[in-house]
Design a protein around this ligand. Structure first.
Ligand code: BGC
Length: 247
């Protein structure tokens, strides 16, 4: 059994658990704390520190952390829905110094995609898997024959002159008070475009709203199979833990 900790930093909550990365099972309770107001780096680091302390993790256990930004060699390069202080920040170093242990820092949708491919809805699928997460923004992960192509950021495709996530994320549905069928028209535009660009073999839809997938996935007309995520709220935790072990 290989054990690692996965931490998923989101706009509203920060979650963590100990994971068996061979099977994708959680070996501890899932601890969730609210994301500190403003989402500033030092406050988030302090929250992660407290989750790791509560999990009582032994020193040698690998830790993976995922975050909603482009992450290049441990540095966060964007901040679409978080504090701008993250832009150009050596986040991996910051966490390592504070936690006193090595960590692996990745994009949140990339972590969720890796988890769905290893343990979830895309397990055993060959070719190109496209993971999308519909939340405050739209996250994406491209995984080809099990290998992650990181930082795809397909939520920021420009469609009809607009940033795609501003129109088609779950937050856009909420903001516009859209019914599932009206929102599905926006999703149709989004997924047809992505399908045309990438011709994936499978599309996975994650994010909290994926639990209501029967309300909108059947409304989409695509040639690519499209499935709800299987791991729901745990995908970020599982994927960050898995990547912490394999990097
Ligand atoms: C960010 C991505 C992130 C996605 C989902 C987007 O706004 O640019 O990095 O993966 O939201 O959280």
């Amino acid at each position: 059994m290989t054990t690692a900790v996965g931490i998923d930093i989101g706009g509203t909550g920060i979650k963590g658990a100990v994971v068996d990365t061979d099977t994708g099972e959680l070996l501890s309770d899932r601890i969730k704390l609210p994301t500190p107001e403003g989402g500033e780096p030092d406050a988030i680091v302090a929250t992660v520190l407290s989750i790791i302390a509560q999990l009582g993790v032994a020193p040698g256990v690998p830790v993976g952390v995922c975050f909603p930004a482009i992450v290049i060699k441990g540095t966060t390069m964007s901040a679409a829905n978080v504090s701008h202080k993250w832009i150009g920040l050596a986040a991996e170093d910051l966490f390592e110094k504070a936690l006193g242990r090595p960590i692996h820092f990745v994009n949140d949708a990339d972590a969720a995609g890796v988890a769905e491919v290893r343990y979830g809805a895309a397990k055993g699928v060959t070719g190109l898997v496209l993971m999308t997460t519909l939340g405050t923004g739209i996250g994406s992960a491209l995984i080809y024959n099990g290998v992650l192509i990181p930082n795809s950021e397909l939520g920021h495709l420009e469609i009809d002159g607009k940033d795609a996530e501003k129109r088609a994320s779950y937050a856009a549905k909420e903001r516009g008070n859209l019914s599932f069928s009206r929102w599905a028209r926006r999703l149709q535009r989004y997924y047809s475009h992505v399908e045309m660009l990438f011709s994936p073999d499978l599309i996975i839809v994650g994010g909290g709203v994926s639990k209501s997938y029967t309300e909108f996935i059947p409304l989409l007309e695509l040639r690519t199979p499209i499935l709800p995520a299987a791991l729901r709220n745990n995908a970020g935790i599982l994927g960050s833990a898995a990547l912490a072990v394999t990097q």
